[in-house]
Design a protein around this ligand. Structure first.
Ligand code: ZN
Length: 86
């Protein structure tokens, strides 16, 4: 896949995600342009430069099943242990 213009990027990313398998992308950038985020030579991924800081997410409390007491993710609608509606 070749991306030549910024306007193509959104659609190209959607195609990459939808594709069943690996995708090779040739994204053309301005000569001498830096691509961020980047990991500098000799640095670790934790020292990535240019990554947009995400605000900390609120900690979601687990939901305990009223039937079996199992600890459930707050996104669960039903207890996976016993099937009770949470
Ligand atoms: Zn349960």
């Amino acid at each position: 896949m070749v991306i030549e213009k910024r306007e193509q990027l959104k659609n190209a990313i959607a195609q990459m995600i939808a594709h069943d398998g690996p995708v090779v992308v040739n994204a053309r950038v301005t000569k001498d342009e830096n691509c961020y985020p980047m990991v500098g030579p000799g640095k670790s991924n934790a020292q990535m430069v240019g990554l947009v800081k995400q605000p900390p997410q609120a900690v979601q409390e687990p939901i305990y099943c009223s039937n079996c007491g199992a600890k459930n993710l707050p996104t669960n609608n039903f207890c996976p242990e016993c099937g009770t509606k949470l």
